[in-house]
Design a protein around this ligand. Structure first.
Ligand code: ITT
Length: 206
């Protein structure tokens, strides 16, 4: 079976490959990203939740690959829609995390850092990831969350996105100060992918 990742975010691809390393080996699942099968394009993420956007991404890519005759019958398309929700900002940036500042990842981080500073320097926050799965059989999804706090200073070089200002509960380091193994053992993406494994195994057994 091929698991086709419908994401253009290389950091997500790296994490998904790491988290699914033993699953793909144990179940003979080949993981590849959609840009190896087609020219990637901008997908309009106009859903109102992480789940809606994840399913938009997996279904759109599935349909195009199917119409181009590229898909094999057991192929599965997997997407990830994720973001950070800050309590003192009423849950923002949330599903707009990738578009928060209108600029790139660095501008998004700087905008959130300065907002947190304006609001007193700290706020409870959580990351959410929703995995979308589209196949010839069905569409399904799985969520994962990671709770913690955001601070108004950047610390660490690892990870991506908002990781330099997010301290997970139970730690005194930001995600960017943790190793990729440490992040992947607790992250929203890890939990969502673990939940998604149950759906994938069911599809594998069909
Ligand atoms: P695709 O839609 O192609 O998958 P994207 O980066 O646009 O890529 P999203 O719309 O899901 O993906 O936006 C996710 C954003 O949320 C991401 O760009 C980061 O800013 C943030 N984010 C999600 N997970 C994160 C993580 O583990 N660490 C840091 N930031 C994260």
């Amino acid at each position: 079976m091929r698991l086709i990742l419908a994401t253009s975010n290389q950091d997500k691809i790296k994490e998904i490959r790491q988290i699914y390393a033993s699953f793909s080996q144990d179940f003979g699942v080949e993981i590849l990203s959609w840009d190896t099968l087609m020219t990637p394009f901008e997908i309009t993420e106009d859903g109102t939740s992480f789940q809606e956007n994840a399913l938009i991404k997996s279904r759109v890519v599935f349909e195009i690959l199917k119409n181009q005759g590229i898909l094999k019958v057991r192929d599965i398309v997997l997407s990830d829609d994720s973001g950070i929700c800050v309590e003192k900002l009423g849950g923002a940036p949330g599903i707009r995390s990738a578009r928060y500042s209108g600029g790139g990842a660095e501008e998004n981080l700087e905008k959130l850092r300065s907002e947190v500073k304006r609001l007193g320097g700290i706020s409870r926050a959580h990351y959410c990831a929703c995995i979308g799965i589209s196949s010839f059989v069905s569409d399904s999804s799985a969520h994962g969350f990671m709770y913690g706090q955001v601070i108004a200073e950047c610390r660490g070089e690892n990870g991506f996105g908002y990781d330099p200002i997010f301290i997970p509960n139970g730690f005194n380091k930001t995600l960017a100060e943790l190793s990729s193994e440490e992040k992947n053992s607790i992250s929203h993406r890890r939990i969502a992918l673990e939940n998604a494994q149950y759906l994938l195994r069911a599809l594998l057994e069909k």
